[in-house]
Ligand binder design. Structure first.
Ligand code: ITT
Length: 207
């Protein structure tokens, strides 16, 4: 049986939207979560070439600095017409100012310029858990759907307003927190990429 995540842990993110979702996901499990921001931890450079590597970089850095188990997410929106961009560069497309309006406009413009008729896209979330003694676990969740332009909705964060998950008519930006990343009590699959990765993690590492 694999190791359980109990007691106190660090949520190794400086993204307020992600932090809110990760806290909500962890809330039922009785773990005490502090954020990297609250502990004043530095943001490591994300030098990996995929989501899993970058999630591990963040969780390893936080586990070492805080001497606590650390939980990190690396995520992004992958657009078929752009050969998977912005992908691991999703945060970087929004720039220092974290201007996701501009990042979404860039996706729309580049998708149009690509000449591809495809509107397909998917979100990916890699969740890494790293213990201070070096043990590691990684889980990856995805959700497929279509781009929505112009973007719609004020809920959520980041690219939520420009993505409509398959089987739904509304964008993530038009959904409640519960609808986007709630964990269905009947054990069926959650909707968002992060909630799907979390479900896998919870089955293995949480009570
Ligand atoms: P940390 O590294 O500190 O966690 P970050 O914002 O830099 O924060 P990433 O490098 O993983 O995080 O970038 C992922 C970006 O993709 C993030 O900034 C969001 O804008 C976007 N993204 C990820 N999940 C999303 C979601 O559920 N809804 C909307 N946008 C999302």
């Amino acid at each position: 049986m694999s190791r359980r995540l109990t007691g106190k842990l660090v949520i190794a993110t400086h993204n307020a939207g992600k932090l809110r979702e990760m806290r909500e996901l962890l809330a039922p499990y009785g773990v005490e979560a502090v954020s990297a921001g609250e502990l004043g931890l530095a943001e490591p450079e994300e030098t990996g070439s995929d989501f899993v590597s970058n999630a591990l970089i963040k969780a390893r850095a936080a586990a070492k600095a805080a001497n606590l188990p650390a939980f990190a997410d690396d995520s992004g929106l992958c657009v078929d017409a752009l050969d998977g961009a912005p992908g691991i560069y999703s945060a970087r497309w929004a720039g220092e100012a974290k201007n996701f309006g501009a990042a979404m406009a860039r996706i729309e413009a580049e998708a149009q310029a690509s000449g591809s008729p495809s509107r397909r896209a998917h979100f990916v979330s890699a969740l890494a858990v790293v213990w201070p003694d070096g043990e590691e676990a990684v889980f990856e969740g995805k959700v497929f759907g279509d781009l929505a332009f112009p973007p719609r909705g004020m809920a959520g964060f980041g690219y939520d307003p420009c993505f409509t998950p398959d089987g739904h008519a509304r964008t993530f930006g038009e959904m409640s927190a519960e609808e986007k990343h709630g964990i269905p009590p009947d054990g069926s699959e959650a909707l968002s990429h992060r909630a799907r990765a979390f479900q896998m993690m919870a089955r293995t590492l949480l009570k």
